[in-house]
Design a protein around this ligand. Structure first.
Ligand code: NAD
Ligand code: MG
Length: 398
């Protein structure tokens, strides 16, 4: 029996994880559930799963949840409040597996905590790896943690690599020509850039293939999601940037590919359903039932491929530039993107302003040589503060 702590249990990935876990009552036990402030959803999850701990980052919400649960005499769940409690459950000695599914930089410290304590980490929270890169990968190596990528592209690549890739990374890497990340292109693949300033939040969240949280849906619409995923792939598989390529594949059936030096290409296919990578991460090295639909090849439309348009989706270029710069630049990229997306959701800026805000933040960044978690958190904080102030004062662009 493996104890699972789900960071971000009320989100799309969190709920999909619980759906997979529900099929295996003898194999997995929900040890801790965490969320930001969604008291009602968390209460429902606690009543159903009866975890040891329920954490809400918002302390006031945690108090309300705790009061509400007193009416249920059969519930012994301990309710904790505050962001430090996320790290506590991630590091808890009885936690075996950590599903890292908080959205954004808010997931950094708890995901790090899981890495430092040698857990099996099911990594959905790509932002934490983008921000902390090598520091995170070093924590994983030093503690002996098992890192299983849940992002569908990276999970696909994991499945297409030799089984012992992680242990023989340098020799395996020599046999790889490139990692090919597929991208759906999002809802605006065929929308002319001139129309980008008119795009509404609702349109941006209407992804053609995947059902996802609001932030990652908007990231898919700007293609920043793919930019973050390039950085994620470089770190996870210790690959140089020029060996990671994007191919637009609007049907989202091939989830990514590995091309080898002999000309072979390994691909992983499946319906666009996150329960597949989640089940893979939970069951690895075995395969377990995910509950996802099976592919029907006779129903499939043709599979098509095209080049990404870097002029239209500028976030792709900014992500590559930030990775090349290194240091705190990827953290600045991420922080600026989070502020820009949130400002777009709040109707303070237009969809077309998102890449402009990110470019401005990267241009204003000064290089820090001493890369530590503290310097990353400081850069993240300063970037958010300065952008919020600028966006609050005047309409973008400044
Ligand atoms: P979501 O918005 O549906 O859920 C986010 C979760 O994070 C919620 O449980 C929320 O309570 C929690 N959260 C938000 N802010 C928090 C804070 N400050 N402190 C603590 N908890 C906080 O997001 P999602 O779509 O489930 O995505 C989660 C992560 O997985 C993201 O990093 C995303 O990029 C990644 N991911 C998602 C998908 C997908 O299909 N949804 C696919 C690949 C990767
Ligand atoms: Mg993805």
């Amino acid at each position: 029996m493996k104890n699972i702590s789900i960071l971000g249990s009320t989100g799309t990935i969190g709920e999909n994880t619980l759906q997979v876990v529900a099929s295996f009552p003898g194999k997995f036990k929900v040890f801790a559930l965490t969320a930001n402030r969604n008291i009602h959803k968390m209460q429902r999850q606690v009543l159903e799963w009866k975890p040891r701990y329920a954490v809400l980052s918002c302390v006031d919400s945690a108090k309300i949840l705790s009061d509400n649960l007193r009416e249920h005499s059969d519930i012994t769940t301990e309710v904790l409040g505050g962001p430090e409690s996320l790290e506590f459950v991630a590091a808890h000695e009885e936690t075996d597996y950590v599903m890292a599914a908080i959205v954004g930089g808010a997931g950094l410290l708890s995901t790090m905590s899981a890495a430092r304590h040698g857990k099996r980490i099911l990594l959905a929270n790509k932002e934490s790896l983008v921000m902390s890169g090598e520091l995170f990968m070093n924590e994983v190596k030093n503690s002996g943690a098992q890192l299983l990528p849940i992002d569908s592209e990276h999970n696909a690549i994991f499945q297409c690599l030799p089984f012992d890739y992680a242990s023989s990374i340098s020799s395996s890497r020599a046999s790889i020509k490139r990692l090919i990340l597929t991208a759906s292109g999002g809802p605006f693949l065929n929308t002319p850039i001139e129309k980008f300033s008119e795009i509404s939040v609702e349109q941006a969240c209407n992804h053609p293939n995947w059902i996802m949280g609001q932030k990652i849906s908007i990231d898919s619409a700007t293609m920043m999601n793919k930019g973050l995923e390039i950085i994620e792939a470089c770190h996870l598989y210790d690959m140089p940037l020029d060996k990671v390529e994007i191919v637009v594949h609007p049907q989202s059936i091939i989830h990514s590919m590995v091309e080898y030096i002999d000309g072979s290409v390994m691909a992983q296919l499946g319906t666009p359903d996150m329960k597949i990578p989640i089940a893979y991460g939970l069951g690895w090295p075995e395969r377990i039932f995910s509950g996802a639909d099976f592919l029907d090849f006779y129903q499939l439309r043709s599979l098509s491929f095209e080049k990404p348009d870097y002029d239209k989706f500028k976030c792709l270029t900014y992500a590559k530039e930030a990775f090349k710069q290194g240091g705190v630049y990827p953290a600045i990229l991420n922080a600026a993107n989070e502020v820009a997306v949130q400002s777009f959701i709040e109707n303070k800026v237009k969809f077309s302003n998102i890449p402009e805000i990110i470019e401005h933040a990267l241009d204003s960044c000064t290089y820090e040589y001493d890369l530590t978690i503290d310097s990353i958190l400081r850069a993240d904080f300063e970037c958010r503060k300065s952008l919020r102030k600028q966006i609050g004062i005047k309409k973008w662009p400044i």
